[in-house]
Write a protein that binds this ligand. Structure first.
Ligand SMILES: [Zn+2]
Length: 424
């Protein structure tokens, strides 16, 4: 009995312990240590960025601006020593997220709805609280205690036909970091976020206006808008009022509208180009391929440095069975943003179809280096077979076979075929 209790205490102290929350000061039990938090964040950072559109590379100055504002707020937070990093994602959906440990992203699609620096500070400070107050660690601990497991990331691409998988990068359908915080976490993030804003000199009204904007955005919008930001940050008049009441007790005046306007000038200049591209994506979904091509080419004319536009153009040429035009467009997408998985995947598939298996393998491996997807493993399996690399092919198919959906099933079928061929 004594031994049993000792064992229990020992494993509890190994697993976690009671600590004081760095933001609220309340004591809480956590199974996730501060070092583990940072490690989980690091591990999920790159895949989350890749799966959600990659970095916004048309104007890298914008990320520099967002990061410097974020660092200013993090420095006055309750956990200034976390390895914070702030970046802008090339994604139309109005969204923002924080990984445990302080890696924080804001989508291009949310920035365009903001009006000044105090509103941006409200977004970033809110996310800083999620990281500083260990909200994810808290969710993970609760999940583990309830026996729910701690699935932090769901990287499995959704069931989809092959052509759509190639367009994964433009479709942005892969789920990555999807923390679901509770109501209390959201209220805490609003509240303490406003404290951080004020400590850095900002007008807390920015947080009130931000919530108001979210309420407006959530009205009558497409499901996309609800699946992004609002899945984890439900907007409500209740939160607007809570923020208003809290703001009235705080004082800060900084709005920095001109600096914000300068930093986001390119984004506003390209508004029409992104709208044309969204129309093109919609036309593609409606199978109006020629209309989609014309809209995409108009978008490219307005902003030729947007890698996503070139990738959409490549995808359309694939659908039109114009392999050479598709290759040229993928080349362009890759040269504009070489650290992005998706166009390599598309180009590799074309090389494979053309029978150039060496070039196909090089591209599929490049794609995998940035984001390891089931479809890349599946195609690598096929290409390896063509190159006579049977053992490698088996390994790729095995990896792909663990995925759900069509790709997983196709990989299992390939595994059986290779296995049968190998049997004497
Ligand atoms: Zn939140």
């Amino acid at each position: 009995m004594h031994k049993f209790i000792t064992g229990l205490v020992l494993s509890a102290s190994l697993l976690g312990g009671c600590t004081q929350n760095p933001v609220t000061g309340q004591s809480e039990f956590s199974l996730v240590s501060a070092q583990q938090e940072v490690a989980i964040g690091e591990q999920n950072y790159q895949p989350s960025v890749q799966a959600q559109g990659g970095r916004y590379v048309v104007d890298p100055e914008l990320t520099i601006y967002v990061n410097s504002l974020g660092q200013k707020l993090a420095a006055v937070s309750d956990r200034p020593k976390l390895p914070y990093e702030f970046l802008v994602l090339n994604n139309d959906i109005p969204n923002a997220w924080a990984l445990p440990g302080g890696k924080i992203a804001i989508n291009r699609g949310l920035l365009r709805h903001l009006e000044d620096e105090s509103q941006l500070a409200a977004v970033l400070a809110h996310e800083i609280v999620h990281a500083a107050a260990r909200h994810s660690a808290n969710q993970m601990t609760q999940g583990a205690l309830l026996g729910l497991g701690t699935q932090v990331i769901d990287q499995t691409s959704k069931d989809s036909e092959y052509a759509e998988l190639i367009a994964l990068g433009t479709g942005l359908s892969a789920a990555a970091w999807q923390a679901r915080y509770g109501r209390q976490h959201e209220l805490d993030s609003d509240r303490y976020g406003m404290e951080y804003m004020v400590r850095a000199g900002y007008d807390p009204q920015g947080a009130v206006e931000l919530q108001q904007t979210f309420v407006e955005l959530s009205k009558g919008r497409h499901q996309d808008f609800l699946s992004g930001l609002f899945a984890s940050h439900p907007p409500s008049q209740e939160r607007v009022e809570a923020n208003r009441a809290h703001a009235s007790r705080l004082s800060g005046s900084l709005r920095n509208q001109p600096a914000f306007a300068r930093a986001t000038a390119q984004l506003r200049k390209d508004k029409e180009a992104y709208e044309l591209h969204q129309q093109a994506t919609k036309a593609l979904a409606d199978k109006s391929v020629d209309k989609a091509l014309s809209l995409t080419e108009q978008a490219i004319k307005k902003q030729p440095r947007e890698n996503q536009f070139w990738e959409t153009k490549a995808h359309i040429h694939v659908l039109k069975k114009q392999a050479d035009a598709a290759l040229r467009a993928y080349d362009q997408a890759i040269s504009l943003y070489p650290e992005y998985f998706s166009p390599y995947l598309g180009r590799g598939a074309i090389y494979q179809a053309k029978g150039d298996y060496r070039a196909a393998k090089a591209d599929l491996l490049a794609s995998q280096r940035w984001l390891d997807t089931p479809v890349a493993n599946y195609l690598l399996g096929q290409v390896s077979l063509e190159l006579g690399e049977r053992t490698e092919a088996l390994r790729y198919f095995q990896t792909a076979a663990s995925a759900s959906g069509e790709i997983g099933q196709a990989a299992q079928a390939e595994l059986q075929k290779v296995g049968v061929a190998q049997a004497p």
